[in-house]
Design a protein around this ligand. Structure first.
Ligand code: ATP
Ligand code: MG
Length: 486
């Protein structure tokens, strides 16, 4: 049981919760939603006593376990001598239980006797998820648990969670996850600092909200999910129905809020991209296998100066592998990558490796862009960081805010190619709009991976590579349709 009464919480002067109360009974499955920076992760931290509220009474019966949004420095993980030890500290689990779990979270390629410390951020997050699921606490708190998983992994986790015998509180942008076996939605309203409660799953919550029509217009987050759901269903239907659904998606998109005028009015100038020749990057006949599994076969790809290229395809077809090869992080089995000597690549992945968590936003922007305060401030403002936020430590930003900052920093440096691997994962609609606008104005080249189809469409790449079809051609409105009919 979780009982929260009259909770009020501030981060410095910024109010996150204003006299909030709710109650969760044993065994309930709760979905926690709200826009970037609304306070979802903060609420989970309050529940497991990592943050102390200014006022309020919080009662919890039973054991509690949390998997945070980003697992960077988990003291238990750091102290563990092996993955085996970390997953099974009390030695009460059978090997087959552990094996099944690590297969589920797609970590079965790891050596169980190696220490967890050397893993990537994404692997650490999945490992922490495995540990929490194996430990089966009475109250399980999960902060965007499927971010680092591919489609198959997501399915597996969803299925596992739907059978979870205890209480579950889940933050997710994944509509499927929020619609299956969720019986209550808590909506963190960033504007009012209140938490609104809805019975039923996500879609049912949406209907209840629709009754308050005027309010709905403000609910950017809910609208976005609706669009995503429609987009999902366009993939499953025939051509005629698809066209009708796509029209609807388009109309809904048009109704989405525009950037606030004060943000639009901000004048800022980004540094010019460093000079580079006409063909900065070219990859020929790239093949790559992991063991038996052939991931990439005979891929050809080139990026012209200032050109935007999209990489499109379902999870697990090797988009990230290809990017790692292009970045020189990984050797292809066959083929070659040619890079111009003047090529300067800026790279975004979901792991925020390049952020210094101890610096504040303003310092970070000034140092990485080598620019003055008067250049850095308007750029930050344009990325929705007003002056009241520029002295905040980078480490304390929410997931969506960190993404926004990472992309601002890329644009402040004079790279001539940006490689962006899933830049929209953590983002709500407003943040997506900001980033879309700025990328459209960017004059260097871009290689982007995203499964937010609408984002790619609006960005309007010049060419696209579709995997696994291995079809590389000029982009057009009906590009995706044509490919899926091949
Ligand atoms: N120590 C701090 N000082 C000042 N502000 C903070 C601090 N820690 C967090 N915040 C702010 O509190 C707000 C809520 O953060 P939180 O991480 O809970 O958001 P969230 O709803 O989880 O967002 P996201 O969807 O992006 O993950 C954010 O605007 C964040 O920048
Ligand atoms: Mg969060």
């Amino acid at each position: 049981m979780v009982s929260v009464r009259n909770l009020t919480f501030f981060h410095n002067a910024h109010q996150i919760f204003d006299d909030v109360s709710f109650y969760i009974v044993d065994g309930q499955k709760v979905g926690l939603i709200g826009s970037n920076g609304a306070g979802k992760s903060t609420l989970l931290k309050i529940l497991c006593k990592e943050e102390v509220p200014q006022t309020g009474k919080i009662e919890i019966t039973g054991t509690i376990g949390i998997v945070p949004q980003e697992v960077k420095h988990d003291s238990v993980m750091e102290a563990s001598t092996s993955i085996q030890e970390y997953l099974n500290p009390e030695h009460r689990l059978h090997d087959y239980e552990i094996e099944k779990m690590i297969r589920g979270v797609e970590l079965d390629e790891l050596d169980m006797d190696s220490p967890p410390n050397s893993l990537s951020g994404g692997q650490k997050t999945r490992l922490a998820l495995a540990r929490a699921l194996l430990a089966e606490p009475d109250i399980l708190l999960l902060d965007e648990p499927t971010n680092f998983l591919d489609l198959e992994g997501k399915r597996w986790v969803m299925n596992f969670l739907s059978n979870y015998p205890k209480t579950l509180i889940l933050i997710s942008h994944d509509l499927e996850l929020l619609d299956k076996h969720i019986d209550k939605i808590l909506f963190v309203n960033g504007q009012s600092s209140k938490i609104e409660e809805y019975k039923g799953n996500y879609s049912q919550a949406l209907e209840q909200r629709a009754e308050k029509d005027a309010l709905l217009k403000k609910q950017i987050h809910l609208e976005q999910r609706n669009i995503m759901r429609l987009e999902e269903s366009t993939k499953k239907v025939g051509v005629r129905q698809r066209i009708i659904l796509q029209r609807r998606v388009h109309r809904l998109k048009e109704k989405l809020p525009d950037l606030p005028p004060e943000v639009k009015a901000i004048k800022f100038r980004l540094p010019d991209p460093a000079t580079v020749g006409a063909l900065p990057l070219k990859a020929t006949n790239i093949s790559k296998s992991y063991g038996e599994k052939k991931v990439l076969k005979g891929i050809n790809l080139s990026i012209d100066r200032g050109e935007c290229v999209a990489l499109i395809g379902p999870n697990g077809v090797g988009k990230s592998t290809l990017i790692k090869i292009l970045m020189n992080f990984l050797e292809p089995d066959e083929g070659a990558v040619f890079r111009e000597p003047d090529l300067k690549v800026g790279y975004y992945s979901q792991e925020f490796e390049n952020l210094d968590f101890d610096k504040n936003l303003l310092e970070t922007a000034m140092i990485s862009g080598n620019v003055s305060e008067s250049v850095a401030r308007p750029v930050l403002a344009r990325f929705l960081f007003p002056s009241s936020k520029v002295y905040q430590k980078v480490g304390t930003l929410s997931g969506g805010e960190k993404t926004r900052l990472s992309i601002a920093l890329l644009l402040l440096q004079n790279y001539n190619l940006l490689i962006l691997d899933e830049p929209t994962t953590y983002l709500d609609v407003m943040s997506q709009r900001v980033i879309l606008q700025v990328l459209k104005d960017y004059r260097g080249a871009i290689l982007i991976v995203s499964h937010t189809e609408e984002f790619i469409k609006e960005l309007g790449p010049r060419r696209a590579l579709v995997l696994p079809e291995n079809h590389f051609d000029y982009w057009s409105e009906d590009f995706l349709q044509r490919v899926s009919q091949v």
